[in-house]
Design a protein around this ligand. Structure first.
Ligand code: SF4
Length: 319
């Protein structure tokens, strides 16, 4: 039976703002099995990146448990967390912004090995950096090159090599391909997939683009205004999208075969403010099927089929 590497239970992340409390992540629960990928999908501002940062404790959770192999890392001290963080790495959307422009490729990849004193000998460190460059498909000739001299795909390979230098078990990939050209996107996705198989890595893959995670993820969580509103296996979600928001996201994916095309659902209406949220379905202001109940109550995430959870009152009623 598959074993969970990460279990996130009722995690919240609120920010105080001058206008009130911003519910960036609001009672989110999910788990990721060892060696598997959870795709986390939603529009900008839905809380997906904040969730990734809270899971790595780059942001402190307001409430909830983050169990990594059964240990609640939300309770670890700063010192304990520093050592734990080696196992939990992140790959960022914009490689150029996340890489120090004054350092060469070799220095950037070497840095975590030095900071965490993983390899003390300079010659051994250089050997390891060259190994990591080979693993991610970066030619040795780029060792002394600066990131701005490389294209987006190669820069993302530096970010991946840097994350791998710590021998992590778990990586949060935050929109790792959205700044890249389509052809380069495929190369980076293939690289991440190969690395997962070779090293048994577990990924949380954050993206605004459902089509990117379809073949890449075992499970997909769709987020809207800080909440998971649908969670299912990737195949189940694409075969039976149930929440009206998921249906709208899927309808926007271009499909080459005419007979497989879904009718495009254009979302209208204002997005509800995540500050001082009303007691209502967060999608009600844009939902084609909203009823009076939706504006007065918030639906819970409920299992509608094995492994398929949805937060929508429509699914509470018999078909
Ligand atoms: Fe739409 Fe109501 Fe379902 Fe919310 S609960 S998604 S408003 S039908």
């Amino acid at each position: 039976m598959a074993e969970a590497l990460l279990e996130v239970k009722n995690v919240k992340k609120y920010f105080k703002t001058p206008k009130g409390m911003l519910h960036a992540v609001d009672d989110v629960t999910f788990s990721i099995n060892k060696g598997e990928t959870l795709g986390v999908v939603g529009e900008s501002g839905c809380g997906k990146s904040t969730t990734g940062r809270v899971v790595l404790r780059l942001l402190e959770p307001t409430a909830g448990q983050i169990l990594m192999e059964g240990q609640d890392i939300a309770k670890l001290s700063e010192g304990q967390m520093r050592s734990k963080r080696k196992e939990m790495q992140m790959i960022f959307q914009d490689p150029l912004a996340s890489l120090d422009p004054r350092k060469t490729v070799g220095q950037i990849i070497e840095e975590p090995l030095k900071i965490h004193n993983i390899i003390s000998s300079r010659a051994e460190r250089q050997k390891r950096v060259l190994e990591l460059m080979e693993i991610v498909g970066l030619a040795q000739r780029y060792y002394a090159t600066y990131p701005h001299e490389l294209d987006g795909g190669r820069r993302q390979r530096i970010g991946i090599a840097r994350a791998l230098s710590m021998n992590p078990k778990f990586i949060v990939c935050d929109e790792p391909v959205s700044a890249l050209d389509i052809s380069i996107q495929a190369q980076i996705l293939n690289l991440l997939e190969d690395l997962q198989q070779e090293m048994g890595l577990t990924y949380m893959f954050i993206t605004h683009d459902l089509s990117v995670v379809h073949h890449f993820s075992n499970n997909i969580a769709v987020m809207y205004l800080g909440k998971i509103i649908e969670l299912a296996s990737s195949d189940e979600l694409f075969a039976h999208p149930t929440h009206p928001y998921t249906q709208a996201l899927l309808s926007a994916i271009p499909v080459p075969k005419l007979e497989n095309r879904r009718e495009r659902i254009i979302l209208k209406g204002e997005i509800t403010s995540p500050i001082n949220l009303p007691k209502a379905c967060r999608f009600a202001s844009r939902c084609l099927y909203a009823t009076k109940q939706c504006f007065g109550e918030e639906p819970d995430l409920k299992e509608i089929a094995p492994g398929h959870q949805v937060a929508c009152f429509l699914k509470d009623k018999p078909d």
